[in-house]
Write a protein that binds this ligand. Structure first.
Ligand SMILES: [Zn+2]
Length: 229
């Protein structure tokens, strides 16, 4: 017997052949109770009441996540190297750009397709800019890795390995250059001391302004991250 209309504290109950009760909070903050067919309503009510605090916390968490997640959908545009690309789908196997349009395959996760495309672009663009600045600054990194970390635009390890965030491709060329000069300067000063900033400003006199502008681009770090991650 299934009763899809049943609710506990306003949350719908889905009965099935399962053996335990569980509470699920989805990405939109919708709560669903899953329960075995035979569990009495009084037991469900007790279970939900005991978990009430947990449920509220989970719903709040999803609400915060939704606010922070920038919109990415077909029909919208993504910022790209100071311009923007209109996202659309068509019958192709992998993403490609034509002019100001980013074409994505019709099937699969559009974010995933777009991110894979962005990695491809980053793999060409970013090392070229690193090479450009390496020659001017006379600092060459031991290696360059392009990754998709959650919060950092770039990092430089003491062994000279440079990591750059693929999401830099959403920024303007000026801000990308700032991140590269910043990270290369860490080969000279492994800190953010006045000497470090002076070194950065030798190559980019407006480094401070670029740094401030980059802070405004924080949402770009999340733009193509899988939803809810
Ligand atoms: Zn730094």
């Amino acid at each position: 017997m299934t009763d899809k209309q049943q609710t506990i504290n306003g949350y719908p109950v889905v009965r099935s052949d399962r053996r335990t009760i569980s509470i699920n909070v989805d990405q939109n903050g919708n709560v669903t109770i899953r329960a075995p067919k035979t569990t009495p309503v009084t037991e469900l009510r007790r279970f939900v009441e005991e978990k009430q605090e947990w449920i509220q916390r989970a719903v709040q968490r999803q609400a915060i996540r939704q606010e922070q997640a920038p919109a990415f959908a077909v029909g919208e545009s993504i910022p790209y190297l100071g311009g923007s690309l209109q996202v659309t789908t068509c019958e192709i196997a992998s993403a490609s750009a034509r002019g100001n349009t980013l074409l994505l395959p019709q099937y699969g996760d559009p974010r995933e397709h777009a991110l894979r495309w962005l990695f491809g672009q980053a793999q060409t663009y970013l090392p070229q800019r690193v090479l450009y600045w390496s020659q001017i600054m006379q600092i060459t990194p031991a290696s360059i890795t392009i990754a998709n970390p959650r919060t950092r635009w770039g990092s430089m390890k003491s062994d000279g390995s440079l990591r750059l965030n693929v999401a830099l491709m959403h920024c303007t060329p000026e801000l990308i250059d700032y991140v590269i000069v910043h990270e290369l300067s860490h080969r000279v000063h492994m800190n953010h001391s006045p000497a470090f900033h002076a070194h950065t400003e030798r190559y980019l006199p407006d480094a401070k302004q670029r740094r401030a502008a980059l802070k405004q681009c924080g949402a770009y770090l999340q733009l193509l991250r899988p939803a809810g991650e």
